[in-house]
Write a protein of this length. Structure first.
Lengths: 228, 212
């Protein structure tokens, strides 16, 4: 990463923090109380954007993995790994916030008939195995390619697992988005979109920071080897 | 045509190695039968057939994992894989050959295990059997690629189940659904979709995990 793109990072980070604060303010003080669920429903503005951000990170990781296999450029390996790392963190947060929502809404910490939550559990296990694979292979082009192939399997697994989980479970998940468009008022929808944008930006900033850190680390190691 | 000849030759090689060494198939057979006996004692009295179908799928997946763990051992031990990768044939043929050989072992183990299941526990209808066959194809296709990745790692025996189990969850949903649901055909469709998608993906990506 060039120094100029590192310089934009503090600005981006400040923007992400500001937007995140604004989204939280909207979610807690501006958005109207949901008719049935009341205050508990406000976790929706955090939980769903986190889940969407996790998908975004997994997708980004798979895209970088595809580029690695396609072009054979080593730098995509680190990018793919860092994106999947972010995705796994956001996936864990989805599980935690989803579990809290299930507790407050249905009185249980875990509901197997909650499709999205089960899907995230499967994905979480899958991407944990990604790290196991990555850390038990010798560093080199073969590790990069094996990780990339496994990362690609992940994005294919998402729709197939979703279908499987849908078939396996009953539907009691509150369907907020239907074919007739979102069942929300304008303010609620705006709050949701801002929270989504804030979390996506936050994930992107974290991705860039970790990538920059890992690159500096790699450069430093190379320099140490040269200096002996 | 040469592609198919290569695949046939590779599959034949695996079957012949197995016929001479008898490393894998007897182990799979004994494992699946012991598992069924263990299940008899693990299931409390009056649990019903549905639980037995679920446990059958646990047995099938773990038997497949046992076979897959052995799949690349002959290649690893004598440096055969390097030779195969250097051979003037498409590398995906190596994957297809291995998948077919593993599938043959798994089906052979089930030829004994499924009748035993029917005798010990509950009947299986045609939809359930179709589900077993489709799931076998899926787990062998994905598993032989994952086993090749795991074989190159430091912790191969430990890694393989971790890699395969999350990927096998849709197969288990499909298999159990085909066995117990009145609308079993929908689950067969899911299994067929899984097989198609993941077989193509494994076929296309095998080359990347075996070349240095």
């Amino acid at each position: 990463m060039s120094t100029s793109s590192i310089r934009t990072l503090p600005g981006l980070a400040a923007l992400a923090a500001g937007l995140m604060g604004f989204a939280l303010f909207l979610a807690f003080f501006v958005a109207p109380e949901a008719a049935i669920e009341g205050v508990r429903q406000r976790i929706f503005y955090i939980h769903v954007p986190i889940a969407l951000t996790a998908y975004f990170c997994f997708g980004l990781g798979a895209w970088k993995a595809l580029l690695l296999l396609w072009r054979g450029d080593e730098r995509y390996d680190l990018e793919s790994y860092v994106a999947i790392h972010q995705g796994t963190i956001f996936g864990a947060l989805t599980l935690i916030t989803g579990s809290i929502w299930a507790r407050t809404s249905w009185g249980v910490w875990w509901a197997w008939d909650e499709d999205q939550l089960v899907l995230f559990l499967v994905l979480f296990l899958f991407y944990c195995a990604y790290f196991m694979l990555r850390f038990s292979l010798e560093e080199g082009p073969r590790r990069a390619r094996s990780s990339a192939v496994y990362g690609l399997f992940g994005v294919v697994l998402i729709p197939v697992s979703f279908l499987a989980v849908r078939l396996a479970e009953n539907l009691i998940h509150p369907t907020v988005f239907t074919r007739d468009g979102p069942q929300m008022t304008g303010v609620m929808f705006a709050t949701f979109c801002i929270a989504w944008a804030a979390l996506t930006l936050l994930a992107y900033v974290l991705y860039r920071v970790e990538l920059a850190g890992k690159r500096i680390d790699a450069n430093l190691r190379e320099l140490r080897e040269v200096l002996g | 045509m040469t592609y198919l000849t290569d695949v046939a030759a590779l599959t034949r090689k695996d079957l012949r190695v197995e016929l001479r060494a008898r490393d894998t198939l007897p182990a799979m057979l004994l494992f699946v039968l012991s598992t069924l006996v263990v299940f008899h004692f693990a299931l409390p009295e009056g649990t019903g057939d549905n639980a037995a179908y679920g446990l059958l799928w646990v047995a099938i997946v773990f038997t497949a994992l046992l076979g897959l763990a052995r799949a690349w051992v002959p290649e690893q031990e004598h440096g055969v894989l390097d030779g195969l990768v250097l051979a003037p044939s498409d590398r995906s043929a190596i994957w297809l050959g291995k998948t077919l050989a593993t599938l043959a072992f798994l089906v052979a183990a089930q030829v004994v295990a499924l009748p035993a299941f029917v005798v010990f526990f509950a009947p299986l209808d045609l939809t359930a059997l179709a589900g077993v066959l489709l799931a076998d194809i899926g787990i062998c296709a994905v598993g032989s690629l994952m086993a090749a990745m795991a074989a190159a790692s430091r912790s191969r025996e430990v890694l393989l189940p971790l890699l395969v189990l999350p990927l096998a969850i849709p197969l288990i949903v499909g298999g159990v659904g085909a066995a117990i649901s009145p609308e079993g055909e929908r689950y067969l469709l899911l299994l067929a979709l899984y097989d198609g998608v993941f077989a193509v993906l494994s076929w296309a990506s095998f080359e990347y995990v075996v070349t240095e």
